[in-house]
Design a protein. Structure first.
Length: 316
């Protein structure tokens, strides 16, 4: 049955892909964004759709309470938060505002409408992990005063508000802890590793690696993440968190070498000193979301080929 669904952060990479999927499923989709890290371009193609409505607003502002008056939301996907490693410094306060005032505003609207909620938290809430893989019972290792804390602690605070609203008000809300995800719709100015490498290739220069490249990451293609968000919204238990991420972690240097090979890029790799403390590795334990019926379907190589076809069509 068609539902009214609100997406916060619809101008971002995941939000715009999610909106397209929900429109394709036949829902009425409402989106908000303040374009702090998202783009108007991501919303432009959605706005052409008769079942899509957009409001430009900061979710942390008082005005958020008045948006889309007269509409009762059945579901809310709460994604809005500035992302990106350089923004840990430049948008630190905005991250904290989105994760605190913003999350309160979104959950209050959900309470008011009786909407189901899914909040996208992050693998970074585990901080510098001491346990591999990280499953949902691991409480993490975060420095509350460190430079990464506006994002890490912000997301943890949002999780705490959500759990409180579930316990206190019976809100039907769950958390998905998103691990590194990539796909079309990412800005190439995004400092996340795959778009960053693609930008180097597009500009005809060596891939830039911060540190020695031995730090590992696992990667998930966006369509697999969207399937995880849908299944967690549908079947996830209120107040619970579900990791969603890719298997087979790969050192950043090997990832760069694989991309060089797939794109036939001749300029190699160069190493630079890291500008902020990096996490050595991250690996999602995904058994919990798998019990809901989720499974990764797209391998890293297949996903990278899709990225090359999208961003570097001349190389396919
Ligand atoms: N992509 C990943 O690998 C990844 C990993 C972990 C967690 N996540 C989480 O998933 C969500 C979506 O991530 P993404 O990759 O699409 O990032 P993104 O930066 O592309 O999207 C986030 C969107 O939220 C918007 N936004 C930020 N603050 C806002 C505010 N106060 N009011 C309204 N809009 C605001 C931004 O402008 C942007 O469009 C985020 O919550 C992020 O923390 C993503």
């Amino acid at each position: 049955m068609a539902q009214n669904i609100l997406i916060t952060g619809v101008g971002g990479f995941i939000g715009s892909n999610l909106a397209q999927m929900l429109l394709d499923e036949g829902h009425e989709v409402f989106g908000v964004d303040n374009f702090s890290t998202g783009t108007e371009e991501n919303v432009a193609h959605l706005s052409a759709h008769s079942r899509f409505a957009f409001h430009e607003i900061d979710i942390a502002s008082v005005g958020f309470r008045d948006i889309f008056q007269g509409v009762r939301f059945d579901e809310i996907y709460h994604l809005a938060c500035p992302t990106g490693v350089p923004n840990l410094v430049t948008l630190a306060e905005e991250m904290l505002h989105a994760c605190s005032f913003g999350t309160y505003n979104v959950l209050d609207r959900a309470r008011n409408d009786g909407a189901k909620v899914l909040f996208t938290s992050t693998a970074e809430m585990y901080g510098q992990p001491e346990k591999f893989p990280q499953d949902e019972t691991y409480n993490g290792n975060v420095d509350p005063l460190g430079k990464r804390s506006p994002y890490e602690e912000g997301k943890r605070f949002s999780e705490s508000i959500l759990a409180t609203y579930v316990r206190k008000y019976g809100l039907n809300a769950r958390v998905v802890r998103v691990f590194n995800t990539y796909g079309p719709g990412m800005s190439l100015n995004d400092e996340r590793v795959i778009p960053h490498f693609l930008k180097c290739i597009l500009e005809g220069r060596p891939l830039r690696i911060y540190g020695d490249g031995s730090q590992t990451r696992s990667h998930l293609f966006v369509s697999d993440l969207l399937a995880g968000l849908r299944i967690a919204m549908e079947k996830g238990t209120p107040g619970e968190a579900y990791n969603c991420g890719g298997g087979n972690p790969i050192p950043i240097r090997e990832l760069g070498e694989l991309l060089l090979e797939l794109s036939s890029h001749p300029h190699g790799i160069e190493h630079h000193e890291h500008f902020i403390e990096d996490h050595r590795g991250r690996l999602p334990g995904v058994e919990k979301i798998e019990t809901l019926g989720w499974k990764q379907t797209i391998s890293l190589e297949e996903g990278l080929q899709k990225m090359i076809a999208h961003y570097l069509p001349a190389r396919t």
